[in-house]
Design a protein around this ligand. Structure first.
Ligand code: FDP
Length: 309
């Protein structure tokens, strides 16, 4: 039974990137996630389900739990004294706290349209040095916490991905899988197929048709953490493409696409916009969107063949 903090200090011995400040930041993000997990589990009892009756910077409806999760993470990270810049899906501008240190981009509660129906949602985070607006390849660490039947943390550093499960009795995230690798090929594709006729790439339609011919099955929760979590463990492909309405797709680069791509690639998979590796995209804007194609190596390479002729 290895708790997260013990794991981080052990990992720091072999990986010099993991310094005490980083350990503190990751520990505090996961402490915030434990509080959020508690609120999510009791949301109906605490009367915190439903809309906060406002829209965020991206024009999306803000849920009460979105707001609460955002406040919990912001306050927790500010208190560490080690975060120099914070960027949240729910906040228009970056919060600059100092010149040097770690910057954290996060989606406090991803999949918020699923909150009211008790479907898995999660917190996603990306940690960079100094500036948040850097290519994903430069991430120091990235992870997500999924609030599902159990609360799990998936944490990636360059070259390693580890999986933890929250033990409700001890309140610790316990290591359940070190050096996690995803399957090289799967049997599931995950995409909002209701948009089939709106996708801008004809090659994508042909690729999805080819998967059906190969007897793939479709699973789509509509909550990125849940869909990526399944893709990591079972293999296959997750796609949120560009469509006529969303020219750059829907998912945000800095706190959705980048951290998930970093996890997937360090677990042996691939992540691309269809034109370039997601981790190579140079961010132009804080809330920039990108098309996302990620998953097992075989399916992503196959998808690229269809997209690029
Ligand atoms: P949500 O709007 O519920 O917050 O980031 C946005 C996101 O969820 C992702 O979690 C999810 O993958 C995607 O949107 C689902 O979008 P569609 O409903 O358009 O399929």
């Amino acid at each position: 039974m290895i708790p997260l903090t013990t794991y981080l200090f052990q990992k720091a011995v072999e990986n010099p990137v993991i310094d005490d400040d980083l350990v503190l930041i990751i520990s505090e993000i996961t402490s915030a996630a434990k509080i959020i997990s508690g609120k999510v589990r009791k949301a109906a009892l605490l009367d915190i389900l439903g809309s906060a009756k406002k829209t965020n910077v991206q024009g999306e409806e803000v849920q009460k739990l979105d707001e609460l999760a955002n406040e919990i993470i912001l306050e927790t990270l500010k208190c560490t004294g080690k975060a120099c810049m914070l960027a949240s899906e729910e906040v228009e501008d970056c919060l600059v706290l100092s010149d040097t240190g770690y910057s954290i981009a996060f989606d406090p509660l991803d999949g918020s349209s699923n909150i009211d129906v008790n479907v898995s949602i999660g917190t996603i985070f990306s940690i960079q040095k100094e500036d948040v607006k850097k290519p994903g390849r430069e991430q120091i660490a990235a992870g997500y916490v999924i609030y599902g039947p159990s609360t799990m943390l998936v944490l990636a550093f360059k070259g390693s991905v580890s999986v933890f499960c929250l033990d409700p009795e001890s309140g610790n995230f316990i290591l359940v899988k070190d050096n996690f690798k995803m399957p090289e090929k799967g049997k599931i594709y995950s995409i909002n197929e209701a948009n089939y006729h709106k996708w801008t790439e004809d090659g994508l339609r042909k690729f999805v048709d080819s998967l059906k011919e190969q007897k793939y099955t479709l699973r789509y929760v509509g909550s990125m953490v849940a869909d990526v979590h399944r893709t990591l463990f079972k293999g296959g492909i997750f796609i949120y493409p560009a469509d006529v309405k969303n020219k750059n797709g829907k998912l945000r680069l800095l706190y959705e696409a980048n951290p998930m791509s970093f996890i997937v690639e360090n677990a042996g998979g691939l992540a691309t916009t269809g034109k370039e590796p997601i981790l190579g995209v140079v961010p132009q804007e804080l809330h920039q969107r990108v098309p996302v194609i990620l998953g097992s190596r075989w399916e992503v390479e196959e998808c690229l063949k269809y997209l690029n002729g």
